[in-house]
Design a protein around this ligand. Sequence first.
Ligand SMILES: Nc1nc2c(ncn2[C@@H]2O[C@H](COP(=O)(O)OP(=O)(O)OP(=O)(O)O)[C@@H](O)[C@H]2O)c(=O)[nH]1
Ligand SMILES: [Mg+2]
Length: 467
Amino acid sequence: MALGTIFQHDTTDPLAVITAPSPNESPEEKAAREEREAEARGISDLIDEELRAERAVRKKEEGMVKILLLGQGESGKSTTLKNFRMRFARDKWIEERASWRAVILLNLVRSANTILHALSQEMDDEQFGLDDAFTFDDYYRRYRLRLSPLLQGVESNLKRLLGAQPEEIEPQKQTHPITLSPRTSPEFFVRSRTWRNFLQTTRGPEVSGCSLEQDLPDIIDSTEAIANCKDDIKTLWRNDIVQAMLAKRRIRLEDSASFFLDAIDRLSVRDYEPTDEDVLRARLRTLDIQEHELRVDDDADAPKWKIYDVGGSRTQRHAWLPYFDKVNAVIFLAPISCFDERLIEDSRVNRLEDSLILWRAICSSKLLSRTILILFLNKIDILEEKIRDGIMVNRFLPSYGHRPNETSEVVKYLRQKFKDTVRHCSPEPRTCHIYTTSVTDTKTTAVTLISVRDGVLRGYLKQADLF
Ligand SMILES: Nc1nc2c(ncn2[C@@H]2O[C@H](COP(=O)(O)OP(=O)(O)OP(=O)(O)O)[C@@H](O)[C@H]2O)c(=O)[nH]1
Ligand SMILES: [Mg+2]
């Protein structure tokens, strides 16, 4: 190492000769010089250590299959990663399952608070004569008075437990409905590092498959608070007038809201343990890049997989680029049920249009020109619901024209649109594997993942020949 040589004042090294101590050096000067040299040696050792660690990581990664999950916010990337982990890293998945309890309860409470918030707004509009479509009499007012303070307290408590900063805890500011217009405050998130710490501290073998005693009392308090008002929440959630009010205000609850609200009886018992499906449905917006290693094969000699999950909202996309030259395959999630929705970050942009623009960018990227491309046309179940509800695709996607307003036709049309983009935008000819998915459906997704695995491994072997 160059610095080491300098310190020995090697007379054959010109740099060492220049930096050698003066022959007339006083004892004070000598002490000061030795102190400076020791400090420099310390820094040098640190740099060496970092380089060694970096080389070790690179060497370890060399034989791995690296997969990057891409797509806009809420497209289903983290849910896809969960499917991978549930299927191929089963032991770890089971070990971590109990830690999701607070996130699940938070999802539930946030949905209930969103309904209450909308109800309040509706009542205010009514009071000022702005709206007379619904009459919310004392019956509903009592619900609001009884539930709001209680559930806001539970929401704050759960956020604090999950490591939120004080400014992120205030429920009033956070509980904004997901409307088709922009939200004025961000969705709740936990930075991956905080979240991982949370997983580590709440995972405890001493409580069989359940959280560590440190957080458990708080979680149980929240659970009991929810249990005390679960009948009221159920009544509101199942009330036709409330549902009509949500529809009229164009409030779109989170995709998992109905799943958790329908399951409130099961979730609000003291010894509730999250199931696979609960964890899969639990929504936590991704910030930073999350990395997970797993084995997709029983064969110990087969390469390990490293999956990178990124945040999909616009402010997160700058973090994608450094991963482009590292990966063997990209799994791109395009939620095609979003044809009638706008981006939360920019209400002028249609979500399907945003997915198509992103896909074009991925296909055109020179860095990704030899990367295996896999496309999930996701959220087919929600697309089906919307079509059943009579929402007309061509109202939002004029190019759809007079084609039948049927799920299979919409899928066929969009599949072709995405496929054409691959053909027109890729720097060199390539194939792309396209799947229609509902990644919240674990059974069908398991079949898709096996096919993805086999396709990626075949492509990986070909890549090895090319590079
Ligand atoms: N019904 C249904 N819900 C889905 C599907 N895929 C994802 N979701 C739900 O959509 C929400 C968003 O999914 P995530 O996997 O968190 O989305 P993401 O792409 O990781 O989002 P960011 O982390 O913000 O980039 C969650 O509530 C999921 O349960 C699907 O195919 N069908
Ligand atoms: Mg995510």
